[in-house]
Design a protein around this ligand. Structure first.
Ligand code: C5P
Length: 240
């Protein structure tokens, strides 16, 4: 493993974060049950939160799991800081915000005094250079990720969410203090879906990712437990 925040070294299982992108709390609970001890870290995103899934954060934490609350906050600083304070009371390990300097600084202020860690999303892994140009950006993906990574380190966030393709270069930009977390992961042979910048688990770990976010390859697998276990084994063998 290239590095991790504060020298902490998570187990291969804790390095797999399974995205519970399902429409109901009941489906999320059923998935967590099916995955069992093959999964220890779950991401709860907007789809589930807007379906009443915020209570699942406390339930998963009470069951000994870690939770990544992927709310991708971005608003005026006062609103971001207050929202982060409320999230800090839920027991999640990670909260995401978009990597805008004002937003990152507000979230860092809001989580003060709690163990909640703030992750900044640099550029969504569904975006390529053409998407950024269409949205009015003067930078391509690589340059925008680098710019935002530098600003994230200055804002004292705890980690960055980015494509595994950017990890090796960004490690040089931010050093070892920030955790690098990568979605857009596809085991060899899996369909990319809407992700445009994908890597296999082994490639992402070898590039220096601290943790991997994996959704559909686990949640839509015929056997989600086996799919999660296979990714954990791939992480373990790559990192050995
Ligand atoms: O199903 P899949 O593995 O593509 O899911 C990836 C997950 O990671 C989704 O929950 C998505 O919202 C999230 N994510 C992402 N790209 C980012 C940040 C988060 O795909 N930059």
């Amino acid at each position: 493993m290239t590095s991790s925040a504060a020298g902490f070294r998570p187990t291969p299982r804790d390095r797999l974060i399974i995205a519970l992108d399902v429409p109901t709390v009941a489906e999320a609970e059923a998935l967590v049950d099916r995955i069992g001890d093959a999964g220890s870290f779950y991401k709860i995103g907007m789809e589930l939160v807007y379906a009443g899934g915020l209570g699942l954060v406390r339930d998963l934490v009470a069951a000994g799991k870690q939770v990544f609350l992927d709310l991708k906050l971005h608003d005026i600083p006062n609103t971001v800081a207050k929202a982060t304070e409320r999230v800090a009371g839920l027991g999640a390990t990670y909260l995401t915000v978009h990597a805008y300097p004002q937003t990152m600084k507000a979230a860092v202020t809001g989580r003060q005094g709690s163990p909640l860690q703030i992750l900044a999303v640099t550029v969504l892994t569904s975006c390529d250079d053409a998407d950024l140009a269409e949205a009015g950006y003067a930078f391509g993906v690589h340059d925008l990720v680098a710019r935002r990574a530098t600003q994230a380190a200055e804002a004292s966030v705890d980690g960055l969410v980015m494509s595994a393709e950017e990890v090796a270069a960004m490690r040089k930009v931010v050093g070892s203090r920030l955790s690098l977390i990568t979605p857009g992961i596809r085991p060899a042979g899996d369909a990319p879906g809407d992700q445009k910048r994908v890597m296999t688990p082994a490639q992402a770990i070898a590039a220096g990712a601290d943790r991997l976010v994996v959704g559909r390859p686990v949640t839509q697998a015929v056997d989600p437990r086996a799919a999660a276990a296979a990714i954990v084994a791939e992480i373990a063998s790559t990192d050995s």
